[in-house]
Design a protein around this ligand. Structure first.
Ligand code: ADP
Length: 956
C-alpha cells in the first residue's frame, strides 16, 4: 500500500494514513531520542577517548601515507616536537637515517599485510638529537583501504633497555654455545642452500663459512652422487615440516677425505619460509670404536676357538652353556654333547668335593678362583687340569655366568713327577750305603709313577754271564742271581732295547725260541736296559701277574726316561763300592809295603852282614886255608843273595813302569829245560833233593817262538822257590802240550801253602806265611814278577797245594812253533872247532878291578887274554891281532864306547864275535846290544858261572 497522502484518499484511507503517520512520528521521535542518546553517548565516549588520547602514557597518532595526521601530547613529549611541527610532516623527521625509516616502513606494512597489524622496534631521533628506543605498533583504520590512514602507538622502551641488554647477553651466550657446539649445526633451504652454520660444521666439512655462503650443499661436491639423493630426500621431508633422522651419510671433505656423519633435521619457519635446521655429528670416532669393539669381539671369539685352553661357560645352575674346540679336543666330548651338562659329567667323583669348594669360594668372593683337579675324557682316561674360574658379572656386579679356562697339565704333571723321581733317585745315590738300599729306594720312588709291586734290577756280570739281583721284590719269585741264558732280562740286555710284552706276545717270543721263561708267568712284562756309556750294565723290570693293562705306553716311556738316571746311579754306587774296595786294597798294600820295607831291611842287612863280617875275618893273618875258603864261600853266597834281591827289585820296578816288552825269538824249549836243570841240579844235590824234569816234545820238534828270557826267568823262579820251600823229597818240572798251549808245571814235596793264601801269593810283597817263611829268604816278589811275565806272554798261572804236603805251580803259554830248526843267537853260533881251552880273548874294560876279576874268571877258559882300556884300543888291537876268537866288550867306556867299537870291529870283520858286558840290567839294553852287533849280553855283576856259560854257548 502507498503510504503517501493523496487527494483520492478515502477517510478510511486517510485515517489509515494518519495512523501510519502518527506511527512514523512516534518512530521519528524515538529515533530522535535514540540519536540524542547516541550522541550523548558518543560525546561521552569522545570525551573519554580524547582524555585517554591526551592522557595516554604512550604516544598515539595517526599517519596517512606516513604523514602525521594527528598526534597526542605523549608523542609531542616523546619527540620534543610541537603538534604543529609534526602534523602534515612525513614521519622521516623522527628517523636518524633512511635505512631505519625504510626498514620500519617495509616491515610494518608487510606485517599489516600478512597479519593485519605490525610491530617493529626502531630508534627515533628526538628534536634535541637524543636517540630513543621505540616500540612501534601500527594498525590501519581500514584494512582494505590503507589510504584512510594508520593509527600507531609509540612506546619509549629505552627504560627497559637493561632488561633488553640482559636478554641480548643471554642471546650472546646461546650464540657461543651454538658456535662451539660439538655437533655441526646448519641452516639451509630445501635446495640445500646454505644460510648459516657453526664452527663444527666448518671442521666437519673443511670449508669456512664464507666459502659456504651462497652455495648449496647438494651441488658443491659435499655428497657423492648416490648420497645426493639421500640428502635431497631429507631436505624434502624437512620442508614438508617433518623432523628427520638420525640418518647416516657419507660426506666428502674439502681435502678429499670422506667421513661418516649422522644427521637430524628439524623444519623451521623463519620469516615465513620453511627452512631446515640440521644437526650433524662426525661418526668417525664412534665407528672406530664400534669397529674396535667388533674386532675385539671377533678376536675374543677367535681366541676362544683357537686357544689350546679349554673355555667353558656355565650358567647359574652350573649347566654348561659354552664349550670351545679345545675343550672338545682335551675331553673328547663334542660341544653338542657337553652343552647343558652338569660338572659331574666330566669330573670324577673323587674330585667333585674339591670342585664344589672352588664354586663356593667363587660365589662367595665374586672373584676368580684357581683350582687343579682331575677330569675325565670321553674314553674315561683321567686328565689333570688347572682351572681358572671367573665370575661374569653384569653392570650391577651380579654374577650372571661363570667362565672356566682349563689347561691340560697331565703331561706336565707327569714330567714333574718324573723329574722329582729322577732327583730323588740321584739323591738316593748319595744316601744309600749299598746297592741293595739304593735299588730299594729306586723302587719306592718309582712307585710314585708306576706299579712296582713286582720289580727287580738285574745287574750284569760279564765274567760269568750271570745277573745278580741286589734287590728283588716279587709276589711269586725270588732270585739272587741267575744265568743270563735266554731269560727276558737277557733278551733286553742283548738287544739293548725295551721289552714290553703281554702274555701272548711273550708266548710268541718263546715259540720263536728267543726267550725262555724263568719263574712264574706274568700277564705283562716290561723291562728296560740300564745303559752306561753305550754298554748295557743291567736290566730294570716290572711285571704284573694279574692285570694285562697294568702298564701303559706312557709307563714304558717313563721307565725308559728314568732308566738312564737309574743306570747312572747304580753305576755310581758300584763305582763307589769299587773305590772303597780299591781304597781298602791300597791301604792293605800300604801295610804290605811297610812290612816289605822292614823285611827288605832284614833281607839286605843279613847278606851285607855276612859280606862285611867275613871280609873282615879274611884279613886275619892266622887264617887256615880251609877257613879262607869257607869265608869266601859265605861272602859269595851273601853277595848272590844281595844280587837276587836287587834283581827282583829292578824287575818289579821295570814291570811297574811298563818298561818290560815281549821280545820274541825262536829257541829250543828242551834246551831251556835242560839249562834250568843244569843250573839248579848242583843246589838240589846239595840239599839232597831229587830234581827231575820232563818234556813232551821231541828235541827236533821243540823249536818254539816265545820270549826266551822271560820264560827262563819264570821257570827259574818257580824251581828256585820249589828248592827254597822244600826240605826233603823231590822236585819235578816239565811241560806238556795241551791243544795249542804249552802247560808247564813245577811240583815239589815242600811245605805247601795254606788254602787261604793261595790267591794272594801272586801279589807283590806277599809271603804266604810270614812267620814260617821268615826261615826262608825272600821278599815276596818272585811270584809277582813271574805272574807279570806270564801275563805279558798271554798265559796264565795257578797253583795247587796242600799245606805241609807240597805244591804244584802250573802255567800255560801259547804254543807257537818255530819255523826252522835254528837256535837263537844266544844259544847258537858256537865256535865248534875249538875247545874253550885254547881261546884267544880280547877284553875291553876301563875298570881295573873288573879287569882283574875277569882275568881270574877267564884264567882257565882262555889261552890268551888281551886286556885293553877303551873302545879305540879294542878296535886297534882287534885289527892288529890275528885269530881273536871272542871279544868281551864293556859298553860304557871313556872315549869310544862299546857300541861304537863293536860297530867298527864288525865293519872290519863281520864274523867277529863280541859279547857285551853291561851294568844296565834292562831288557831294552839287551835288545839294543843285539841290534848293535853284539852276539850276546852278560849283565854285571857277572858271575863266573854265567860268563863261562855264555862263552860256552859259542863253543858247543
Ligand atoms: P819269596 O819267595 O821271595 O817270599 P815269592 O813271590 O817267590 O816270594 O813267593 C811268595 C810266597 O809264596 C812265599 O813267601 C811262600 O810263602 C809262598 N811260596 C812260593 N812258592 C812256594 C812253594 N813252592 N812252596 C811253598 N810256598 C811257596
Amino acid at each position: 500500500m502507498n503510504k503517501e497522502l493523496t487527494a483520492n484518499d478515502t477517510v478510511e484511507g486517510l485515517l489509515e494514513k494518519i495512523q501510519l503517520l502518527e506511527g512514523k512520528v512516534n518512530e521519528l521521535e524515538k529515533a530522535k531520542k535514540d540519536a540524542k542518546e547516541k550522541l550523548d553517548l558518543f560525546q561521552k565516549q569522545e570525551e573519554t577517548l580524547t582524555s585517554i588520547f591526551n592522557a595516554a602514557p604512550a604516544g598515539i597518532g595517526m599517519v596517512r601515507d606516513r604523514v602525521f595526521v594527528e598526534v597526542n601530547p605523549a608523542v609531542i613529549e616523546l619527540t620534543g616536537y610541537s603538534r604543529e611541527e609534526l602534523l602534515g610532516k612525513k614521519s622521516r623527521i623522527l628517523y636518524s637515517n633512511d635505512w631505519d625509516y625504510e626498514f620500519v616502513g617495509e616491515e610494518k606494512y608487510k606485517q599489516i599485510k600478512d597479519l593485519g597489524a605490525g610491530t617493529v622496534e626502531t630508534v627515533w631521533k628526538r628534536k634535541d638529537g637524543v636517540l630513543v628506543d621505540i616500540l612501534l605498533s601500527s594498525k590501519p583504520i581500514d584494512e582494505s583501504d590503507l589510504s584512510k590512514g594508520v593509527i600507531f602507538t609509540a612506546k619509549d622502551i629505552s627504560g627497559s633497555k637493561k632488561i633488553q641488554n640482559a636478554l641480548e647477553s643471554s642471546e650472546e651466550r646461546l650464540k657461543i654455545i651454538y658456535q662451539h657446539a660439538p655437533d655441526a649445526i646448519f641452516l639451509c633451504d630445501k635446495d640445500g642452500n646454505y644460510f648459516d652454520g657453526n664452527l663444527a660444521l666448518e671442521s666437519i666439512l673443511g670449508y669456512s663459512r664464507s666459502e659456504l655462503k651462497g652455495k648449496s650443499f647438494l651441488s658443491m661436491g659435499v655428497f657423492e652422487k648416490h648420497e645426493i639423493v639421500e640428502a635431497q630426500k631429507i631436505l624434502t621431508c624437512s620442508t614438508m615440516g617433518q623432523k628427520t633422522g638420525p640418518d647416516e651419510l657419507i660426506i666428502r671433505q674439502k681435502d678429499g677425505g670422506s667421513i661418516h656423519i649422522e644427521v637430524i633435521t628439524y623444519p623451521v619457519r623463519i620469516e615465513g619460509r620453511m627452512l631446515t635446521l640440521g644437526i650433524a655429528r662426525d661418526l668417525t670416532e664412534r665407528l672406530k670404536q664400534e669397529k674396535f669393539k667388533r674386532d675385539s669381539e671377533q678376536r675374543i671369539s677367535m681366541h676362544v676357538n683357537q686357544t689350546t685352553l679349554a673355555v667353558i661357560e656355565w650358567d647359574l645352575d652350573l649347566k654348561i652353556t659354552n664349550w670351545n674346540p679345545a675343550a672338545e679336543k682335551i675331553f673328547g666330548f663334542s660341544r653338542k654333547e657337553a652343552i647343558g651338562q652338569l660338572p659331574a659329567f666330566f669330573i670324577p667323583e673323587t674330585d667333585l668335593a674339591l670342585v664344589e669348594n672352588v664354586w663356593e669360594r667363587l660365589f662367595k668372593s665374586k672373584e676368580s678362583v684357581w683350582g687343579t683337579n682331575w677330569n675325565l675324557n670321553k674314553n674315561g682316561d683321567k686328565v689333570l687340569c688347572e682351572w681358572h674360574n671367573t665370575p661374569l658379572k653384569n653392570e650391577n656386579g651380579e654374577i650372571v655366568a661363570i667362565a672356566s679356562l682349563g689347561l691340560d697339565v697331565t703331561n706336565r704333571n707327569r714330567s714333574e713327577k718324573i723329574q722329582r723321581v729322577i732327583y730323588e733317585i740321584s739323591n738316593a745315590t748319595n744316601t744309600a750305603d749299598n746297592l741293595k738300599h739304593l735299588i730299594e729306594n729306586i723302587r719306592t720312588e718309582l712307585s710314585n709313577i708306576i706299579d712296582t709291586r713286582n720289580f727287580f734290577v738285574a745287574l750284569y756280570n760279564k765274567e760269568n754271564e750271570t745277573f745278580s739281583l741286589p734287590f728283588f721284590a716279587d709276589e711269586k719269585d725270588n732270585f739272587k742271581t741267575f744265568p743270563i741264558g735266554k731269560t727276558l732280562a737277557g733278551y733286553v740286555l742283548r738287544n739293548q732295547e725295551t721289552l714290553f710284552a703281554n702274555k701272548s706276545e711273550l708266548k710268541t717270543l718263546i715259540e720263536e725260541g728267543k726267550v725262555e721263561l724263568v719263574g712264574a708267568e706274568p700277564e705283562v712284562w716290561l723291562g728296560v736296559p740300564l745303559i752306561v756309556k753305550g754298554e748295557a750294565t743291567g736290566v730294570l723290570a716290572v711285571q704284573s701277574y694279574l692285570d694285562e693293562d697294568a702298564y701303559s705306553v706312557e709307563d714304558r716311556k717313563v721307565l725308559e726316561f728314568v732308566s738312564s738316571q737309574i743306570s747312572l746311579s747304580v753305576h755310581r754306587k758300584n763305582a763307589e763300592i769299587e773305590m772303597a774296595k780299591a781304597l781298602e786294597k791300597a791301604k792293605e798294600s800300604d801295610r804290605l809295603k811297610s812290612a816289605f820295607l822292614a823285611n827288605m831291611s832284614h833281607e839286605i842287612r843279613t847278606p851285607m852282614n855276612g859280606i862285611l863280617g867275613f871280609t873282615n875275618l879274611l884279613n886275619s893273618d892266622d887264617l887256615s886255608r880251609e877257613d879262607q875258603r869257607k869265608y869266601t864261600s859265605i861272602i859269595e853266597t851273601s853277595g848272590k843273595r844281595m844280587l837276587g834281591i836287587i834283581n827282583d827289585l829292578i824287575d818289579i820296578s821295570k814291570i811297574e813302569s811298563g818298561m818290560i816288552n815281549v821280545s820274541l825269538s825262536e829257541f829250543n824249549l828242551n834246551d831251556s829245560m835242560d839249562y834250568v836243570y843244569s843250573f839248579f841240579n848242583p843246589e838240589a844235590r846239595q840239599k839232597e833233593l831229587i830234581l827231575t824234569y820232563s818234556t813232551d816234545l821231541k828235541y827236533e820238534d821243540a823249536l818254539i817262538c816265545s820270549d826266551l828270557e822271560k820264560l827262563s826267568a819264570v821257570l827259574i823262579n818257580l824251581v828256585k822257590n820249589a828248592l827254597k820251600y822244600t826240605d826233603s823229597g823231590e822236585i819235578n818240572f816239565g811241560y806238556t802240550v795241551v791243544e795249542n798251549r804249552i802247560r808247564f808245571h813245577v811240583k815239589d814235596t815242600g811245605i805247601g801253602i795254606k788254602e787261604e793264601k793261595l790267591e794272594v801269593i801272586f801279589n807283590r810283597f806277599v809271603q804266604a806265611d810270614r812267620q814260617l817263611s821268615s826261615n826262608y829268604e825272600g821278599v815276596g816278589l818272585g811270584l809277582a814278577i813271574t805272574k807279570a811275565y806270564i801275563d805279558l806272554l798271554e798265559g796264565k798261572i795257578w797253583v795247587e797245594s796242600e799245606y805241609q804236603v807240597g805244591s804244584t805251580f802250573y802255567f800255560e803259554i801259547p804254543f807257537m812253533k818255530g819255523k826252522e830248526d835254528k837256535n837263537t843267537e844266544f844259544m847258537e853260533n858256537p865256535i865248534k872247532e875249538k875247545s874253550n881251552k885254547g881261546l884267544k880273548i880280547l877284553l875291553a874294560e876301563d875298570d881295573k878291578i873288573n879287569q882283574r876279576l875277569f882275568s881270574y874268571m877267564l884264567k882257565d877258559a882262555s889261552e890268551e887274554l888281551i886286556i885293553v882300556d877303551n873302545g879305540e884300543e879294542a878296535l886297534e888291537t882287534y885289527k892288529n891281532t890275528p885269530n881273536i876268537d871272542l871279544v868281551l866288550m864293556d859298553i860304557k867306556m871313556p872315549g869310544m864306547d862299546g857300541y861304537e867299537a863293536t860297530r867298527r870291529i864288525k865293519a872290519y870283520d863281520k864274523e867277529a864275535r863280541i859279547i857285551a858286558l853291561s851294568a844296565f840290567a834292562l831288557e831294552h839294553e839287551k835288545q839294543k846290544a843285539i841290534e848293535g852287533g853284539f852276539c850276546d849280553y852278560v849283565s854285571k855283576p857277572v858271575s863266573k858261572q854265567a860268563l863261562l856259560g855264555t862263552i860256552d854257548k859259542y863253543l858247543k
